[in-house]
Design a binder for this molecule. Structure first.
Ligand code: GAR
Length: 206
């Protein structure tokens, strides 16, 4: 019986890290197959996600963008680490920096991001609050391939969520995160199982 190659995943995150934890747990519960969360990379020194990584026993690296003269120099430093750790897939889970063409070219179609709206609506920061304040009746979650355009890469999966008129913003955030914690591991599993085929803007799940 041939043994499948293990996919080494690096998660990039900047904040609370609830998606990071959901992904780590999904790997450990076998919901994401043939994979290992090799590394957490963060750009924020006191991000809570670092505490989660330590608690979960995941190697974590903080690299300060302020220590580098340019975005590309910063990403070259990241790339050195990613290469050393033999990373095959980068997962952006609340990473609040724009990835530059340098890293995108090194990991073409191998960087995925989760966004808390139905893109292209409400791209950018604070998407949940902006959708809520706008008064949309339906919002949701998007998982997409990261390309050179912010929040515009080919969409892998979207899940819609109807907003109950009685919900507070807090409640909507909670419901969005619930979807994210289920959907993101699922998509990562498709990805590492070779089930995601990208052709231009069209992404097929096979
Ligand atoms: C998530 O809702 C994710 O979709 C969002 O940041 C949150 C991180 O939460 N990402 C973006 O807005 C990217 N533009 P977490 O730190 O608890 O995983």
């Amino acid at each position: 019986m041939s043994k499948k190659k293990i996919v080494n995943i690096a998660v990039f995150a900047s904040g609370f890290g609830s998606n990071f934890e959901a992904i780590v747990r999904a790997v450990r519960e076998g919901k994401i197959k043939n994979s290992r969360i090799a590394l957490l990379i963060t750009d924020i020194k006191d991000a809570y996600v670092r505490q989660r990584a330590r608690r979960l026993g995941v190697k974590e690296v903080f690299i300060s963008p302020a220590s580098y003269p340019s975005k590309e120099k910063y990403e070259r430093a990241l790339y050195t680490i990613l290469k050393r750790e033999k990373i095959n897939l980068i997962v952006l889970a609340g990473f609040m920096r724009v990835v530059s063409p340098y890293l995108i070219s090194k990991f073409k179609n191998r960087i995925i991001n989760i966004h808390p709206s139905l893109l292209p609506a409400f791209s950018g920061k604070e998407a949940i609050a902006r959708a809520y304040k706008y008064g949309v009746k339906v919002t949701g979650v998007t998982v997409h391939i990261v390309d050179e355009r912010v929040d515009r890469g080919p969409i892998i999966v979207q899940e819609a969520l109807s907003i109950d008129p009685g919900w507070s913003l807090k409640r909507l955030e909670k419901e969005i995160h619930k979807v994210e914690h289920r959907l993101f591991p699922q998509v990562i599993n498709y990805f590492v199982s070779g089930g995601v085929k990208v052709k231009g803007r069209k992404v097929k799940i096979v």
